[in-house]
Design a protein around this ligand. Sequence first.
Ligand code: F6P
Length: 342
Amino acid sequence: MNVGILTGGGDCAGLNAVIRAAVKRAEEYGFKVTGIRYGWSGLMKPDTVPLTFKQVSNIHFLGGTILKTSRTNPFKHPDGPKLVLENVKSLGLDALIAVGGDDTLGVAAKLFKMGLNVVGVPKTMDNDISSTDYTFGFDSAVNEAMHALDSLRTTGESHDRVMVAEVMGRYAGWVAAYAGIASGANLILVPEEPFDVEDVVAFVRGRRERGEKATLIVVAEGAKLKNFPKAFVEEGKVDEFGHVKLGGIGQFLAEEIEKRTGCEVRHAALGHTIRGGQPTAFDRVLSTRFGVKAVDLVKEGKYAMMVALKGTKIVPVPIEEAVSKMKTVDQELYDIVKALSY
Ligand code: F6P
C-alpha cells in the first residue's frame, strides 16, 4: 500500500511530529509513504518526495512542516479536483492522509465523495475545528503567546502603562482566552462577545482609580465592536478559501484608550511569532497519537474520517461533521474569562 500525506493551510507546531509518527506506523504495516509538497498544490501539479522513517525520525521537535504548505483550493482551479484524482492514480497512491484545518479538510471531504480514499488530521493554532477537544498547534501557540504576554506585563508594570496585545486565532477566541488566562491578563476580549470601547475605557479608569496603573489587555484578532459587528481587516484580498487577513483591532483599541483616558498605551500584534517555533510536549504527544491513529484508519479502510481527541482517547469522527461548524469559545470558558478580569 502506498499512502500519501500532505500538510495544507497555515502551518503550526506539531506538523512534523504527525508526519514522523505516520511514517513510523506505516512502515510497521509494510506501507510506503509518499510526502506531497505544498498541500493540495502538490497533487494538482505533482510535487512529491518518498518518506522513510530514517529520514524523518528526528523532526518531531521542529516547528513548521518539512512538506511545506499552501492555501491551495483545488475547487478554485479549472479541473482542479479532476487533476488531483488523476494524479493520485498516476502516483500510485492508495490512500491519502490530509493534515489541515477546516479548509484542507473541507476539500478532503468533497474529494472523498469523488472517490478519494482520505483520512483527516486536525491541525490549527486556532483550535476551531469541531468534533475534537483540541487541534494540535493550539497548545504551542498558547504557550508562545503566554510568554510574550508575561514579558508585556513586566515592561507595562515598570512604566505604569496599558499594554494591548493582539493575538491570532481568526474568528474564534481560544488563543486569546487560554493565553490570557495563563498569563493573568486583566482583560480578555474574544470574537464570541462583541465589546464596547467605552466599557474597556471604564475598566482601565476603574483600575487606575484603585491604584492599579498598569493594565494588560489581550484582544483576539477577530474580536468585534458592539456597534460595528465586523472583524478588523488588515488586508481585504481574499485567499482561495475566501479568507481576508485579519488585524488592527489591537492598535485601534490602544489608540482609543490613550485618547479617552490620557494613559500611556502601547500595543503589540503577536502575529505569526506564536504560530512558528517548536511544539510543546502536549502538541508533540497529540500529533504523534494523531499520526499513528491516522495510519490505523487507513489500514482499516475507514475513509472520510478524521482522528480526534475526545477526553483522553483518540477516536475517528466523520470529516464532514468536523468541518460543518466552527468551534468557538463556549459559555463555560467565557464565564471563566469574565470571572478572572480584574
Ligand atoms: O488559521 C491560522 C491562522 O494563523 C489564523 O490565526 C490567522 O488569522 C491566519 O492563519 C493568518 O494567515 P496567514 O499565515 O496566511 O497570514
